[in-house]
Design a protein around this ligand. Structure first.
Ligand code: TYM
Length: 329
């Protein structure tokens, strides 16, 4: 069957609602139908030079949250990027085939390097998308479920695959991004012009899944709504209201038009109440499952070790093929 692959960066103490709706929930729903590989991009997160103790803690929490969010280690390969050396081995080869100009056009690099300034922008931030391409191409993934913000990186990956195949013969599956339009870009609760994100959102704009449920409820109550008082889905003119409608519809598993119609007669208070309720129904069991898993770190270690072993079986085949085609002995 076709393969699906995606990774999370272990950058915060908690996944946020954008990560869950845009990525994790899609991943979970693709299990069974596809051969699924889900990873923790611990090497990617080194570009932030995290404190080692903090990084270790976040990696373990990420694994627990992936399982709590529905990844079943029996049905999916759950692994750490750093435990599979083929990622960096392929990355080096791909970096020699990636144009400096093309890499320089990555908007995520431009945004982040601008925010950090040239003193603290490192080469790892620049080559980040090449490592991501290696993550994907190693597994011959057909589909990569991600949020809208990763689309350009997927385009680079596809481009590298097509060019490599053209030059050296069929080597890589050319992957398709799997981006669910309705939830591909959950926006910040305080500033609906930016995406909800660990790096750019203010603490009150970000719904963290491991927050105390009452903290989460408070953030939703203080979410910015828009001028006027009608509840309509109109992302252009009413981005705050539309974001809450999107969240409610996604978590109820209905479409946004139906939710907008149901709430049309009420006020913004009712809208927020409905949003707080569905989010509460998500986060209460999610937190409980995550913390229960964290109580048994030996079991998590065992799952990750087994995952790395299974990941390497697949990754090494591609890596050896690529090195051979490039003329490495
Ligand atoms: P990361 O860790 O920033 O985010 C994890 C996933 O969450 C999605 N996402 C969102 N979706 C909707 N609305 C939002 N506001 C939102 N914020 C984040 C992201 O698109 C992502 O799917 N570079 C990747 C990690 C990575 C990767 C890979 C992904 C490394 N190698 C290979 C796919 C394949 C990243 O930093 O995601």
């Amino acid at each position: 069957s076709e393969r699906v692959l995606s990774l999370f960066q272990p950058t915060g103490d908690s996944f946020h609602l954008g990560n869950y709706l845009g990525a994790l929930r899609q991943w979970a729903s693709m299990q069974g139908e596809y051969e699924t590989f889900f990873g923790i991009a611990d090497l990617h997160s080194l570009n932030e030079q995290p404190d080692p103790e903090v990084l270790r803690h976040r990696v373990v929490r990420s694994a627990a949250q992936m399982i709590a969010g529905g990844i079943d280690p029996e049905r999916s390969v759950l692994f750490l990027q750093s435990a599979v050396p083929e990622h960096t081995q392929l990355m080096w080869a791909l970096s020699c085939y990636t144009g400096f100009g093309q890499a320089s056009r990555m908007t995520q690099f431009k945004d982040k390097s601008e925010r950090r300034g040239s003193e603290t922008t490192n080469v790892g931030l620049f080559t980040y998308p090449v490592l991501m391409a290696a993550d994907i191409l190693l597994y011959q993934a057909h589909k990569v479920p991600v949020g809208e913000d990763q689309r350009q990186h997927l385009e680079l990956t596809r481009d590298l695959a097509v060019r490599f195949n053209g030059r050296y013969g069929q080597t890589f599956v050319v992957p398709e991004p799997h981006i669910v339009k309705s939830v591909g870009r959950i926006v910040d609760l305080q500033d609906p012009t930016i995406k909800m994100s660990k790096s750019a959102s203010s603490p009150t704009g970000l719904i963290e899944l491991l927050d105390e449920p009452k903290v989460t409820a408070k953030k939703i109550r203080s979410a910015v709504t828009d001028s006027g008082r009608e509840i309509v889905y109109d992302p252009e003119n009413k981005p705050g209201v539309s974001n809450l409608l999107t969240i409610i519809a996604a978590l109820r598993g209905t479409d946004v038009a139906a939710v907008a119609e149901e709430l049309a007669g009420g006020g913004y208070g009712d809208l927020k109440k409905a949003a707080a309720q569905v989010v509460d129904e998500l986060v209460v069991p999610f937190r409980a499952r995550t913390f229960a898993l964290l109580d048994d770190p030996a079991e998590l270690q065992r799952i990750l070790a087994r995952g790395a072993e299974r990941a390497r079986e697949v990754a090494s085949v591609t890596q050896v093929d690529v090195y051979r085609k490039l003329g490495l002995l």
